[in-house]
Design a protein around this ligand. Structure first.
Ligand SMILES: CC(C)(COP(=O)(O)OP(=O)(O)OC[C@H]1O[C@@H](n2cnc3c(N)ncnc32)[C@H](O)[C@@H]1OP(=O)(O)O)[C@@H](O)C(=O)NCCC(=O)NCCSC(=O)C[C@H](O)C(=O)O
Ligand SMILES: [Mg+2]
Length: 285
């Protein structure tokens, strides 16, 4: 599996202060985990959470899930020690909250070694306006949409169609795609509302998001299903490739399948669908 094919259908936040959840995470069928030291941890618990999480990550047991640690901001009393502690443990990524510009990413990247990447929470108006340069910052590995903070800063209303957030979601997607990094959608807060979650996942998938950030294990199955290629998409991809190869062999640059044209760009999409399906199958077996 290449880094570009790696699935991020389900990305679960786990508070670094909750040993029971940290334990349980080793068994959950998620593609990635965000071990959180920021908003899910109360100020009095910050140092305990850092120590607890460092012990769990040192012990390991989270592969093949991607391990992402969300540290506190550099402007807080905990950010610097969080970064120093977790840079040493070489997670797949360090996730920075409330990134406003590429400089925030470059500063954190200086502390990292090896293959650890910096991911950015895209959740402030200034950060959204700077999305293109943040996506191209040193060691940048991916975007996570912080729709709660963004809604707070925008002063917008919560709506099921997320209309007030659409410009920000699509701006970040454009920036992520231009820099060839993943973009993961924000959380759905009502964790007992499965149908609401499904609708929001479908909307994120329609937009082009790679997956959904989650807050509770009950949300995993829906995100895994919605962000995986469907049986009919896999079937269509295979048939498009076959039809295009047959057309090429016959000296034609375009094939026709089910009454629609198939060009090389459709074949690229078809190959990406099959690569994603193969990567998910490899992860699950
Ligand atoms: C929302 C919760 C507080 C609910 O917790 P709880 O009441 O304990 O749930 P359950 O009793 O239903 O839990 C059942 C079992 O599942 C485990 N569990 C629960 N949540 C998680 C989890 N996130 N990861 C792993 N395991 C989890 C419980 O331990 C139970 O296990 P067991 O006893 O062994 O059966 C809680 O779910 C929670 O704290 N969720 C995470 C909240 C969080 O991380 N928030 C911050 C991230 S969201 C954010 O900041 C977004 C962004 O920045 C923005 O701006 O939008
Ligand atoms: Mg936030």
């Amino acid at each position: 599996m290449t880094p570009a094919d790696r699935p991020f259908r389900s990305v679960l936040y786990i508070p670094g202060s909750k040993p029971r959840a940290l334990e349980k995470a080793r068994t959950l069928p998620v593609d990635a985990i965000i071990f959180d030291l920021e908003d899910a941890v109360a100020p009095d618990e910050k140092e305990n959470a850092r120590n607890t999480l460092a012990e769990y990550l040192t012990e390991g047991g989270y592969a093949p899930r991607q391990v992402i640690v969300r540290i506190n901001g550099a402007d807080t009393p905990w950010g610097r020690d969080d970064l120093a502690t977790f840079a040493r443990l070489s997670p797949d990524a360090i996730l920075l909250p409330k990134v406003n510009g590429a400089g925030d990413v470059a500063a954190a990247a200086q502390s990292l070694t090896g293959s650890t990447r910096v991911w950015a929470m895209m959740e402030t108006p200034e950060g959204i306006l700077n999305a293109a340069s943040i996506a191209r910052a040193p060691a940048m590995g991916g975007f996570v949409m912080g729709t709660n903070d963004l809604a707070k800063d925008l002063g917008c209303r919560t709506r099921a169609d997320r209309l007030p957030l659409m410009t920000a979601l699509q701006t970040c997607l454009l920036a992520a795609r231009a820099a060839a990094i993943p973009c993961i959608d924000g959380v759905f807060n009502a964790f007992k509302d499965e149908e609401g979650l499904r609708a929001e996942c479908e909307q994120g998938r329609d937009l082009g998001m790679d997956g959904k950030t989650l807050i509770h294990p009950a949300q995993i199955a829906v995100a895994n299903a919605v962000f995986a290629p469907k049986v009919d998409e896999i079937d269509l991809a295979r048939r498009q490739i076959k039809a295009f190869e047959a057309a090429m062999a016959a000296g034609q640059g375009v094939a026709v399948l089910d009454g629609r044209i198939v060009e090389n760009l459709h074949v690229d999409t078809a190959r990406r669908t099959l690569a994603k399906h193969a990567a998910i199958t490899a992860l699950e077996n």
